[in-house]
Design a protein around this ligand. Sequence first.
Ligand code: VGL
Ligand code: ZN
Length: 205
Amino acid sequence: MIDTALLIIDVQNDFCPGGALAVEDGSAIVPLINRLQSKFPLKVMTQDWHPAEHTSFADNHADAQPFSMIDMPYGPQVLWPTHCVQGSRGADFHDELETDNVALIVRKGFRKEIDSYSAFFENDRTTPTGLTGYLREQGMTSLVMTGLATDFCVRFSAVDAAKLGFDVSVVSDACRAIDMDGSLGDAMRDFEENGVKITTSDAFL
Ligand code: VGL
Ligand code: ZN
């Protein structure tokens, strides 16, 4: 496990019950993620971090409904309810999430004109966040993924990591999904096709 990092994706108030883009049962994963942390030598978190005028927000498009699709210069994009606005309470990590022993927090989605689901590349699929270099310099070859949401930010992070050559496992009971229009099934197929393993927390605890 010396070369295995724990990734904790977007465990923020807006993705938890009561938040602007709440994932059903989202906060249930927090105690589990806290227990998992001590098993890994390196912990990295991501934080969805949007300016209020972000183009992924339905509110910033005339007559657009949340969860509808739009074509962006970089491809199709879901329009979301306004969420994780920089400095807002919704963008804060869940109050019970342990953060003291986390080495790095990667903020993403902070450029107005481009969304970023993955911890590694923005939604144009080419602009890097820098996390690949960080993990490689830390000697990490294997990544264990937890957080929200299974079918968006966890999915794209896990698949990108596998394509980059990391050995990747998703801890299914330490993740929860949005599941819109079959997106969870799509994510499961994508994991399988890219060699991302699905596991449960008892494998590490
Ligand atoms: C996410 C939609 C929009 C996520 C972030 O963390 O999965 N989903 N922004
Ligand atoms: Zn977002």
